[in-house]
Design a binder for this molecule. Structure first.
Ligand code: CP3
Length: 338
């Protein structure tokens, strides 16, 4: 059976707008916080197949969403490749320093073994999920993983940082090695029941223009092509690249493209062709009054009314979000008539 999101991504259905949210399983949900309180080690929680499946299904129990996204993290890849990841009380992730010898000592068998709980969690979740609903799996794109692996500063286009790591390492080789692991991880997730892949390049906006091809377009394209070989549709999220979204879509050719909250929906509609558009609305708006939220939802739905469009945000749901607003957004999307 074809899921609603497949129908949008593959058949380019313009009548029905599927809906799901980035970070729909997370800290804005009291039932997540309860589990999180009892599980202080975040990566361990991601690698607990039963709890990961339970958390994945939490938003599905509350809301009528078109997809579940597996509860995991993009940083599990560097974690299992030897750069232990820690989350110290709300400070964001901290990784053990990159060590080329450790990085090179890995292989696919090690990765498969260490990530096997993710695959079991997907299998468990797929069994419990309605057939019409998609089960989304994901990876971080190589550049975004490198930002964490090398501890790059996250201020705008820090060329010095990049020059430093380029002079120290063969970055293209590191990226190609990462692509090998990411594609393997995708294949395993798809074989375990995932039917859509999202590729998060959350820090693509830090890449200097003249390096976008090497560090963003090419790596994303290799991963998208691998998904095509597996016959699984993919959605890319090269956050922060502004007008370069247009070249991204032409070169990488994913089935879906998630626009970020800095982009004008009108610009996206005009410039992103032959692709299903997803997301865009600023998650900060969800912290404001209901009327403002619903007006904004309306703006996205009417802008994209005659193109295939999956409703989502321009980045993840913020922890301060009241879950009741999610319910209201879904109702609005479901009842929308252009
Ligand atoms: O979307 C979902 O509900 C699925 C689960 C998911 C998580 N992380 C769980 C999580 C997904 C898709 C991710 C992706 C992810 N992780 C990205 C790409 C998307 C983006 O946000 O740009 C990135 C950059 C990360 C790395 C990461 N993980 C950071 C920076 C942080 C800390 C700050 C934050 O945003 O929460 C995490 C931790 C994390 N990953 C949490 C969750 C639910 C919060 C953990 C906690 O309870 O403290």
């Amino acid at each position: 059976m074809m899921s609603n999101i497949h129908n949008c991504l593959i058949n380019k259905d313009v009548e029905y707008n599927p809906i799901w949210f980035m970070r729909q399983a997370g800290r804005y949900l009291p039932e997540f916080r309860k589990i999180r309180q009892l599980n202080k080690d975040f990566t361990k929680l991601c690698l607990n197949k039963d709890l990961s499946s339970e958390i994945t299904l939490q938003p599905m129990k509350r809301f009528d969403l078109d997809a579940a996204i597996i509860f995991s993290d993009i940083l599990l890849i560097p974690h299992v490749l030897g750069q232990t990841v820690n989350f110290f009380n709300g400070q964001g992730p901290s990784l053990k320093t990159f060590d080329m010898d450790i990085f090179k000592s890995n292989n696919l068998e090690i990765l498969e073994k260490k990530l096997s709980p993710v695959y079991s969690s997907l299998n468990l979740t797929r069994k419990k999920l309605d057939k019409k609903k998609s089960l989304i799996s994901f990876v971080g794109a190589p550049w975004t993983l490198l930002v964490y692996m090398f501890g790059l500063k996250k201020d705008k286009k820090n060329n010095e940082d990049i020059d430093k790591i380029e002079s120290k390492y063969n970055l293209k080789k590191v990226i190609d090695d990462l692509i090998k692991y990411l594609c393997f991880h995708i294949e395993k997730q798809v074989r375990s029941g995932s039917d859509i892949v999202q590729i998060f390049d959350s820090w693509a906006g830090l890449i200097p223009e003249n390096k976008l091809i090497d560090y963003c377009f090419e790596p994303n394209k290799k991963i998208v092509n691998y998904c095509k070989k597996l016959k699984v549709p993919s959605i890319c999220f090269p956050k922060g690249i502004g007008k370069n979204y247009s070249d991204f879509v032409k070169i990488v050719k994913p089935e879906g493209i998630n626009i970020d909250y800095t982009m004008s929906p009108d610009w996206a509609k005009k410039n992103l062709k032959n692709v299903c558009i997803q997301g865009g609305m600023d998650p900060k708006i969800l912290l404001g009054d209901e009327k403002g939220v619903l007006n904004e939802v309306d703006k996205y739905l009417s802008t994209f009314k005659d193109t295939p469009y999956i409703f989502n945000l321009g980045h993840g749901i913020l922890p301060q979000t009241n879950p009741s607003i999610i319910e209201k957004i879904i109702k609005k999307v479901r009842s929308y008539k252009p």
